[in-house]
Design a binder for this molecule. Structure first.
Ligand SMILES: NC(=O)c1ccc[n+]([C@@H]2O[C@H](COP(=O)([O-])OP(=O)(O)OC[C@H]3O[C@@H](n4cnc5c(N)ncnc54)[C@H](OP(=O)(O)O)[C@@H]3O)[C@@H](O)[C@H]2O)c1
Length: 381
């Protein structure tokens, strides 16, 4: 029986690669729903190729264009962000791939879990903002979540079939484009420099997060919630070749690593095929070409975002939601050349010190924390 999937953010980097996986596995995956924010041209193309049951274009300006283009096709067209949160509950979907970027993933993911859908989670920000709420809901609704992030997929692949006796996990980080830069040169970083990731081709926001190493910080928090770990069980190591995608050290000291060429299609496919593995023609690793796999400590002086993320995780409550919202606004401002690269952590720290702390937040608290933090950081900019 094929899996019936909804892809939230089908026009993005993860979304288009998920469609590649679907294209290669037509007997395993049927596309039921595709959603985009404003890239209506690609959404229309995807809809005509994959013939989903429904599409959502969040930006209402493009609704009529999409509707007109799909007039002769048996595809429902919806618009608005609320429509994304509603469409994930459709009966004919069993799996939701959350490939939209940022805080916008939170509400649809909650709605999908409430409707009992399996979640293939790319949108790490959902777990960063409200990990406690999401994990409780997963348990209550007996819903399974598989990670798409390559590091978390690696950890997941290492623990399958193991008694759950993790001593620690070792998250690998490429170090991003500025790993070898001198701290003094980092004042002049431009968006073009920061968008050039050495190993991965990703969306703009995660590329900047990788350049500041906030991405690794967000992944530390994501790992805490996905695998139920304490802070001291989560270690980060820089591994510039991105061949080892992460490792798990077990109670007896044995370490398992999951390896392969950097290609997001593999973790995407595993998140959808689990517990099975489907055949693939992804390029295979040739060890002779990788004579050196190297490891180094992250430079927290150059990359203070990593420390801020650990601090937010330690503090708990709504602090990771503050960190996330401040980061989203700061990254956008950097991409629009309104602030310098090294101001990103400065703004985040100001928000973490300036926004009201809530120890045990409800969903409403998370929403108001996000709104309050966005306007606080915007006013500083
Ligand atoms: N890219 C990777 O290799 C990678 C790896 C691991 C994890 N992730 C995670 O996966 C998620 C997606 O990353 P990405 O790199 O694929 O991002 P991306 O290329 O920027 O794509 C984002 C997708 O979300 C849609 N979107 C953006 N804002 C939206 C909003 N407010 N409401 C509804 N839809 C919205 C976009 O639509 P439009 O195209 O219309 O703007 C696009 O389809 C992120 O959480 C990221 O951290 C990505």
């Amino acid at each position: 029986m094929p899996k019936h999937i909804a892809i939230l953010g089908s026009t993005g980097s993860i979304g288009t690669q998920t469609l590649d996986v679907a294209r290669n596995n037509p007997d395993e995956l049927t596309i039921e729903v595709l959603t985009a924010n404003s890239n209506y041209e690609l959404l229309i193309k995807q809809a005509i190729e994959f013939k989903p049951n429904a599409v959502v274009i969040a930006n209402e300006q493009h609704y009529q264009t999409v509707k007109d283009a799909l007039f002769n096709h048996d595809i429902k067209v919806f618009t608005g962000t609320d429509a994304i949160a509603q469409v994930v509950q459709m009966d004919n979907i069993d799996t939701v791939v959350t490939a939209m970027v940022g805080y916008s993933g939170l509400k649809p993911t909650i709605k999908a879990i409430e409707a009992g859908k399996h979640i293939a989670l790319a949108n790490k920000e959902t777990l960063v903002v409200a990990g406690d709420l999401i994990t409780k809901l997963l348990e209550e609704k007996k819903v399974f979540m598989t990670p798409v992030d390559s590091e978390h997929s690696a950890i997941f692949q290492c623990i399958v079939g193991e008694p759950f006796k993790i001593e620690k996990i070792i998250l690998t980080a490429s170090g991003g484009p500025f790993r070898t830069w001198h701290k003094n040169d980092m004042a002049n970083i431009t968006p073009a420099n920061a968008l050039k990731h050495p190993n991965w081709n990703m969306g703009a926001k995660i590329s900047i997060d990788s350049a500041t190493m906030m991405n690794k910080g967000l992944e530390v928090i994501e790992a805490k919630w996905l695998f139920g770990l304490a802070e001291e069980q989560i270690e980060v190591i820089v591994h510039p070749q991105s061949i080892i995608h992460s490792m798990v050290q077990f109670a007896d000291g044995s370490i398992k690593a999951q390896m392969g060429l950097p290609d997001m299609k593999l973790p995407i496919q595993y998140a959808l095929s689990f517990p099975d593995r489907w055949q693939s023609d992804f390029p295979r690793m040739d060890f002779a070409k990788f004579a050196n796999l190297t490891f180094e400590q992250p430079d927290i002086e150059k990359f203070p975002c990593l420390t801020l993320a650990y601090q937010a995780m330690r503090k708990g409550g709504n602090m990771p939601a503050i960190l996330n919202a401040a980061n989203e606004i700061a990254v956008e401002a950097f991409l629009n050349e309104k602030i310098a690269f090294m101001q990103i952590p400065v703004l985040i720290e100001k928000a973490m010190n300036g926004i009201t702390f809530v120890n045990t937040p409800t969903y409403t608290d998370y929403v108001s924390t996000d709104t309050e933090t966005r306007s606080f950081v915007s006013s500083l900019i």
